[in-house]
Design a protein around this ligand. Sequence first.
Ligand SMILES: Nc1ncnc2c1ncn2[C@@H]1O[C@H](COP(=O)(O)OP(=O)(O)O)[C@@H](O)[C@H]1O
Ligand SMILES: Cc1ncc(COP(=O)(O)O)c(C=O)c1O
Ligand SMILES: [Mg+2]
Length: 269
Amino acid sequence: MTMKKTLTLAGSDSSGGAGMQADLKTFQEYGVYGMTALTSIVTMDPKAGWSHNVYPLDVDIVSKQLDTILSVGIDAMKTGMLGSVDIIELGARKIDAFKLDKVVIDPVMVCKGEDEVLQPENTDAMRELLLPRATIATPNLFEAGQLAQTGPLKSIDDMKNAAVKIIELGAKNVVIKGGKALQHENAVDLFYDGESFTLLENEKVDTTYNHGAGCTFAAAITANLALGKSVKDAVSAAKDFVYAAIKHGWKLNDFVGPVMHGAYNKFSK
Ligand SMILES: Nc1ncnc2c1ncn2[C@@H]1O[C@H](COP(=O)(O)OP(=O)(O)O)[C@@H](O)[C@H]1O
Ligand SMILES: Cc1ncc(COP(=O)(O)O)c(C=O)c1O
Ligand SMILES: [Mg+2]
């Protein structure tokens, strides 16, 4: 039996809901074979309100993981938390060297519940080196404002303006996640392919158990691309997948509630 193969170049979320853990759980739900190049390890401090610490890995270790995986070959890839500018540069070089053409860039800058950009120096490198190589970029509202350098996005018109800038910066497609952050009765995402805008909407689930939603969404897009869907269809399928995951989000402890990565197959099919 042959399987479609996917790569995630991402960080480890020790609490299991986001990062490469979310990616692998999502790939499994789609029946694609997931491989991981780990960039950084994130720990949470239970004595300090679950505040996050990021430990980037040495770029040589990341490079060796990528060589292992790319020697096998992949059908699609995603990036998540990248850890350092060196790792971003490495990712860009490998995308070029292996002519990777289904590339989902999830430009992770913040973790939910944290209000600071974890590694500000990475933002410029992602804008300059990864957007031009993106089949699709999947920023949340905050990240889209940072990449497009428009300041905070507060409306769908602001999202459209930022989407145009992100395409000008080189991404072939972009989906800006309005999610919970946008003041709107629904959870609205804006998809733009450089020609027309499409709004993806569903009910806004009233929950704080949404840890890992963005990673799960980007991983679902990646899996759908690997399976041969068009970019637009992959995004639309991923939106339904992550909606179910959020709807069935659950409490892990007093600080965090992850999405239920497998909820779509369990409850919505
Ligand atoms: N409360 C919610 N109800 C329904 N969908 C949501 C909710 N929060 C986020 N989403 C959706 O989940 C996906 C991930 O978005 P978001 O949580 O904003 O990303 P991130 O985790 O990167 O900040 C998007 O499709 C967004 O619209
Ligand atoms: C390793 C890692 N990647 C990505 C994220 C971002 O997760 P989300 O899907 O909630 O945007 C986090 C947040 O904790 C993380 O720890
Ligand atoms: Mg995110």
